[in-house]
Design a protein around this ligand. Structure first.
Ligand code: ATP
Ligand code: MG
Length: 389
């Protein structure tokens, strides 16, 4: 009998020819979050994490819960595939549990094992009933014992914890995520990371005209998101000079749209440098003036890369729910002075005309303004915080 954590793969199991690639990435990611003294054993549709003894079991489970690509985290034991062993192990697992009802749930992956799943359930179940005063109950029992018969070894566990699902980070390439200190963009980044892509972050700030709060808040958000993608990079772009030029030279109604168009242009230059294939924003259709369909169209017009907007169909409540779940809520709720509230227009345009916007932009020395922003960029990196150091 050995201690083992069985990780059921999520969507990876549906991949055909590319499955190896997805599994390899998952295993590389697991190596980052797990302590060095565990053994990671790939198997069909699952990964085994073997260890002799762990004192920090809960910490390990907490880190595994943030690894995308895993459907279930099952904490149990490896035993020989043998019906006596299953009974023995069920006995061990139940003897210290203070419960009234149970069920045995067997999955016979190895069809050459001579006893069918239902019969294993029956034999082990009867054994349990003979040894304890417990009642079998199929729906919502106090405890379920799962038996997975894989080959000459089987896995038996009663602790089955939901994983984060999604795809292993790294399989979908790199994106540039435009992140503010607000609620939406960190959740948009989280959604993209969950689909297997890395986010390289870009934040536009108006220092020294605004306080450092937005930057500090963005850094806290990125530290949180780094738990899911293991390392992060943040480009801090000084935006005040460009904004002042827009304010002095163009129609006030179009300011936010012009800010956004320049954000997209600068983010694309960073994307090229980083070989990223898309931009990510936290836009949600109709949420604020800059996110009406027409304004999205006008902002999008400067982009050559796809702009991914994972929250486009989400309402604020749905976004907040995820923010609470992943603990970005408490960070984003702090007040911050954003570059867009600095020099914000009195009456923002809600349905901009593209030609008018292009005409207004002609009043700006765009190339030089962008070059100046690029010259003053600062880059910060963040790495995974190990529980085990
Ligand atoms: P968020 O909560 O993400 O700030 P929001 O509802 O406040 O979103 P906007 O402020 O209009 O909406 O921003 C729309 C999107 O533009 C953001 O989700 C983000 O992707 C990007 N964005 C806004 N401000 C900045 C900034 N200062 N730096 C980088 N990206 C930004
Ligand atoms: Mg915002």
């Amino acid at each position: 009998m050995n201690n083992v954590i069985i990780l059921h793969h999520h969507e990876i199991t549906l991949k055909k020819k590319n499955r190896n690639f997805f599994e390899k990435q998952l295993h590389n990611n697991l190596k980052i979050v797990l302590p060095k003294n565990v053994e990671i054993v790939p198997q069909f549709g699952r990964t085994l994490v073997k260890f002799s003894e762990l004192d920090n079991n809960n910490l390990i489970i907490d880190s595994l819960k943030k690894v995308f690509g895993i459907a279930n985290i099952c904490v149990g034991y490896e035993v020989e595939s043998n019906i006596e062993k299953f009974c023995e192990m069920s006995f061990e697992m139940l003897k210290e549990k203070n419960v009234l009802t149970f069920k045995i749930d067997t999955n016979r992956v190895d069809k050459s094992f001579p006893i069918k799943s239902m019969d294993v359930n029956k034999i082990v179940g009867e054994f349990v009933c003979r040894n304890f005063s417990l009642k079998a109950k199929m729906q919502n029992p106090d405890v379920a014992i799962y038996i997975e018969i894989i080959d000459e070894n089987s896995y038996i566990y009663s602790q089955k914890i939901y994983g984060a699902n999604g795809l292993p980070v790294g399989v979908s390439g790199k994106t540039i995520s435009l992140i503010s200190a607000g609620f939406d963009s960190p959740i948009a980044s989280y959604k993209i990371i969950k689909r297997g892509a890395k986010c390289i972050f870009v934040h536009f700030h108006s220092r020294p005209y605004t306080s450092e709060n937005s930057i500090l808040q963005v850094e806290s958000l990125i530290k949180n998101l780094t738990q899911y993608q293991f390392e992060s990079k943040l480009y801090l772009v000084p935006f005040a000079n460009l904004q002042q030029n827009i304010v002095s030279n163009t129609n006030q109604k179009l300011r936010i749209i012009l800010y956004r168009r320049f954000m997209v242009r600068i983010a694309e230059i960073i994307a090229q440098k980083e070989s990223a294939l898309a931009l990510v924003t936290g836009d949600s259709l109709g949420q604020v003036a800059s996110q009406t369909l027409k304004n999205i169209f006008v902002i999008n017009e400067v982009a050559n890369l796809p702009i991914l907007r994972p929250l486009i169909g989400f309402d604020k409540e749905e976004i907040m729910k995820i923010a609470i779940e992943i603990n970005t809520y408490n960070i984003s709720k702090e007040p911050f002075d954003d570059c867009c509230s600095y020099l914000s227009p009195r009456t923002p345009e809600t349905w901009a005309n593209l030609n008018e916007v292009i005409e207004e932009e002609k009043k700006l020395d765009s190339k030089n303004l962008i070059d100046e922003c690029l010259k003053e960029i600062k880059v910060k990196t963040f790495s995974y915080q190990f529980f085990f150091e």
